[in-house]
Write a protein that binds this ligand. Structure first.
Ligand SMILES: NC(=O)c1ccc[n+]([C@@H]2O[C@H](COP(=O)([O-])OP(=O)(O)OC[C@H]3O[C@@H](n4cnc5c(N)ncnc54)[C@H](OP(=O)(O)O)[C@@H]3O)[C@@H](O)[C@H]2O)c1
Length: 209
């Protein structure tokens, strides 16, 4: 494994990523998983535009630049392998319904999901595009959260499920299933989600120590 540290928001560095001497020998890429992301919560009384820029730059534009960098090598793989190459990216179940203070993070992941849905149309059949929708995963990102995080998976559980699911070249991966089912129901019943569940969640947060 050859690590190539890079800031995914740096247009110039991303342009040159696979030209670096450590990887100049690479003739193809069979799979790419885009996972770089940040989460910042918004205060609605101050819709800080620089916060929105940071989150969109990393979670959305970073994925665009990464895809641009990887596509030529993914195409090489698609042309020579018997199975499709994989382009996967980590979106979020926060895109299913509105969540409090997630105006920037949720919007960036919704943009990412649409980007992938649209890419899927243009890259098939050689490159299989997969959108990964996690619920809560135990990582440094979720350490900052001050609210209950039901059905949380460990990073190891999540990584194992994602990698084994990718073998089948799915269009999407959801994990865990129970959270997917719950939030799909919430999306179908917006009156209950926004009228009952969200007021309860925000009340809980206000009384939490
Ligand atoms: N944890 C969850 O519950 C959860 C749920 C849904 C979706 N996700 C998504 O899963 C992905 C992984 O998140 P995580 O939970 O593993 O969070 P994490 O522990 O905070 O990891 C985020 C990773 O992204 C990298 N990163 C951030 N900005 C970057 C940039 N500009 N250029 C390059 N790398 C950058 C970080 O690198 P450095 O450490 O070097 O900064 C870090 O390795 C994210 O896209 C996140 O939105 C997470």
């Amino acid at each position: 494994m050859t690590p190539l540290p890079v800031d995914v928001t740096d247009k110039v560095a991303m342009e040159d990523l696979f030209g670096r001497p450590e990887v100049a020998h690479l003739k193809r890429l069979d799979g790419v998983i885009l996972s770089a992301g940040i989460c910042e919560y918004v205060h609605v009384d101050n819709l800080d535009p620089t916060l929105f820029e940071r989150v969109m730059q990393t979670n959305f534009q970073g994925a665009v630049l990464s895809t641009r960098a990887a596509l030529p090598l993914l195409r090489q793989s698609a042309a020579s392998a018997s199975r499709p190459a994989v382009l996967a990216a980590v979106s979020s179940m926060s895109t299913y319904v509105g969540f409090p203070r997630a105006q920037a993070y949720g919007a960036s992941k919704a943009a990412l999901s649409y980007f992938l849905d649209s890419l899927r149309c243009d890259l098939a059949p050689g490159i299989s595009v997969c959108t990964i929708y996690p619920g809560f995963i135990e990582t440094p990102m979720t350490e900052q959260n001050d609210f209950p995080m039901p059905m949380m998976l460990s990073a190891e559980q999540a990584a194992h499920r994602i990698l084994s699911a990718l073998e089948k070249r799915p269009r999407r991966i959801v994990l865990p299933w129970r959270m997917h089912a719950l939030l799909t129901l919430a999306r179908a019943l917006p009156g209950i989600w926004y009228g009952m569940a969200i007021p309860r969640l925000t009340r809980q947060r206000r009384v939490a120590p």
